[in-house]
Design a protein around this ligand. Structure first.
Ligand SMILES: Nc1ncnc2c1ncn2[C@@H]1O[C@H](COP(=O)(O)OP(=O)(O)OP(=O)(O)O)[C@@H](O)[C@H]1O
Ligand SMILES: [Mg+2]
Length: 275
């Protein structure tokens, strides 16, 4: 008769196995098995009891945290890219402005309304602010602060450009490659917010081809429901003279809100000369 091999036997002594009936043998084997299981239970580190509801909620919490982190990283990258594209002076921020100056109160309020209504106007023809006033009165700073806010809080794309610089790029081939010039022109038309600074800076009447280009650009943006901020040293009447009827009508089509910045230049004096 071949020797019986107990598949569950361990090296511990569970007592001699006497020749018995098959039932008895099975009983012994079961007892030995139970005995062994009890030993394992006593000697092994207890297996933690999992609460699956709790585990699930922990996994969900972790997954949400991961997604949030990813979204924050993506947002930060997008904001950095938008800032780089916008060509903005990093100092143009609301928090750097002199909030105690009553001259600025209305201007800052209007700027905030423009920001809060920005998305509404993206569906309704776009909005426009015309910022005008003397040299150094803070026009570029105010527009730049609006741009920073729209980029940082709403991830809008912005181009901030002096009018002379747009003309140089497009009319005087500062951008040499035709394809690249076309891309730039399209960006001017399609960016969420276009800020054109120093329109008519030299106070003379704009050359016909340039005022016509500006008029077409503004009409195109109006059709695309894209907002603009226009900055100039002219008052509205002299701006009309400078840009001509076609272009001025395009500005009027936006039903612009005007911000008139008054007061002396905020730039520091040179020595004792206050001019
Ligand atoms: N709200 C403000 N509070 C404090 N300082 C300001 C404010 N706005 C502008 N400045 C400062 O005044 C100076 C001129 O501002 P900014 O360049 O915006 O004027 P501007 O009206 O655009 O002038 P220009 O017509 O010559 O382009 C800057 O040095 C700026 O830091
Ligand atoms: Mg300026």
């Amino acid at each position: 008769m071949s020797e019986h091999i107990d598949p569950f036997a361990d090296n511990q002594d569970d007592g001699p196995v006497a020749p018995e009936s098959t039932d008895e043998q099975t009983k012994h084997q079961v007892a030995a098995l139970l005995n062994r299981l009890q030993r394992i239970r006593r000697t092994h580190i207890p297996v933690p009891e999992y609460d699956y509801q709790q585990l699930r909620s922990e996994y969900e919490k972790q997954a949400n945290a991961d997604i949030q982190k990813l979204q924050q990283d993506t947002r930060l990258q997008r904001v950095q890219k938008l800032i780089a594209q916008a060509d903005l002076n990093p100092d143009w921020l609301f928090e750097r402005m002199d909030h105690s100056d009553p001259i600025l109160e209305h201007a800052i309020q209007t700027a905030h309304s423009f920001i809060s209504g920005f998305e509404h106007w993206e569906q309704h023809g776009g909005s426009c602010i015309l910022i005008y006033g003397d040299y150094g009165s803070g026009k570029s700073t105010l527009a730049g602060a609006i741009a920073h806010e729209l980029i940082n809080q709403r991830q809008k794309s912005v181009i901030f450009q002096q009018w002379a610089s747009i003309i140089d790029r497009l009319f005087f081939a500062v951008i040499e490659d035709q394809e690249e010039r076309n891309r730039y022109r399209r960006a001017l038309e399609e960016v969420d917010l276009l800020i054109i600074d120093e329109i008519g800076a030299n106070k003379t009447r704009m050359v016909e081809s340039q005022s016509s280009f500006l008029g077409h650009l503004l009409r195109r943006r109006r059709n695309l429901s894209k907002s603009v901020i226009l900055i100039t040293n002219h008052n509205p009447a002299s701006l009309h003279q400078a840009v001509g009827d076609f272009c001025f009508e395009a500005i009027k089509a936006f039903n612009p809100v005007d911000i008139h910045l008054t007061g002396p230049s905020r730039r520091p004096r040179i020595g004792n000369y206050g001019g």
